[in-house]
Ligand binder design. Structure first.
Ligand code: RIB
Length: 309
């Protein structure tokens, strides 16, 4: 059975400043510490998948600048297969500006740079990766046409397609893409955008899940921060709670969840167990600042699971 996870998506350099509160429109505020660290939803998910125990390949575009070269080196040092991560002339690597407040909440502005140039040609070139893929994992910081090509390639080779619909675009996601998606992982806001149902409690979560399933996706997981995650089995809502932790920074918690979920699914875990594992990984990530900096390793999850069992 194939075990490889192929991640298609973005890679950014994150510039993070701790603040007392997120700035209002027109407001200038004085923040605290500044850190640069590796990020981008695609790269975060690839790093999570690799650190948590899966053979992982990443397909992405970076600028041929210092940020891009550094990102490529660090991705490779993580042990991720980067043969289809390319450096592109004449455009900058993606950058994200992230203030993080004292409750661990953030707001994120992304300048896509080279991420916006990831193309169907890049997917076609990376075809060998798909031959041994168990799961294709994607998000929405790269062009949707490229994601459709990747999903088609994954389906051709019998891989499962997992989509994290973040950031949710202005236009609804095309049916052509959703029909190829096996598992989708919106947060409550994205679930509301997709379904038209405001997710406030268990009843509305089930209503939203059913509305998204009617768009062609069999398995829907709504991630709900401290409340854990919701899914539906045989039409019934299943709530999978998460640990209570001291939140430092929620950046990349959703990405860690997605990477971890795919690792557990690759190992053949039952769906609910896979969500439990993903909750555990995400809950550890929010206890630390930054994106890659916060993503846990397999041994950390196993040791906490043992402590709690
Ligand atoms: O999901 C968190 C990520 O969103 C950050 O790392 C930032 O780069 C943006 O892509």
């Amino acid at each position: 059975m194939n075990k490889r996870i192929v991640v298609v998506g973005s890679c950014n350099t994150d510039m993070v400043i701790r603040v007392d509160h997120l700035p209002l429109p027109g407001e200038t505020i004085i923040g605290h510490d500044f850190i640069t660290n590796q990020g981008g939803k695609g790269a975060n998910q690839a790093v999570a998948a690799k650190r948590l125990g899966s053979e992982t390949a990443f397909i992405a575009r970076l600028g041929n600048d210092d940020f891009g070269k550094n990102s490529l080196r660090l991705l490779t040092e993580e042990g991720i297969d980067t043969q289809f991560v390319s450096l592109t002339e004449g455009i900058s690597t993606g950058v994200a500006l992230i203030p993080v407040d004292d409750k661990g909440e953030n707001s994120i502005i992304v300048s896509s740079g080279a991420n916006a140039l990831l193309s169907t040609d890049d997917i076609v070139a990376a075809e060998p990766l798909f031959r041994e893929a168990a799961i294709l994992l994607m998000q929405l910081e790269t062009p949707i046409a490229t994601l459709i090509s990747a999903a088609r390639m994954a389906k051709h080779y019998g891989a499962k397609v997992v989509l994290n619909p973040a950031p949710y675009p202005k236009e609804p996601l095309p049916a052509e893409l959703l029909e190829m998606v096996d598992v989708i992982t919106p947060n409550e806001t994205e679930a509301a955008r997709m379904s038209g149902v405001k997710v406030t409690d268990e009843g509305s979560a089930l209503e939203a899940i059913r509305a998204i399933q009617r768009q062609g996706v069999a398995d829907v997981i709504i991630t709900a921060g401290a409340a854990g995650a919701y899914t539906a089995t045989d039409g019934q809502l299943v709530c999978i709670p998460t640990n209570k932790v001291d939140v430092v920074d929620t950046t990349a918690a959703g990405d860690t969840f997605c990477g971890a979920l795919c690792v557990a699914l690759c190992k053949g875990e039952d769906f609910t167990e896979a969500i439990r594992f993903a909750n555990k990984a995400a809950s550890l990530s929010v206890t630390r600042i930054g994106a890659w900096r916060s993503i846990p390793y397999e041994k950390e999850i196993l040791s906490t699971l043992n402590h709690n069992s």
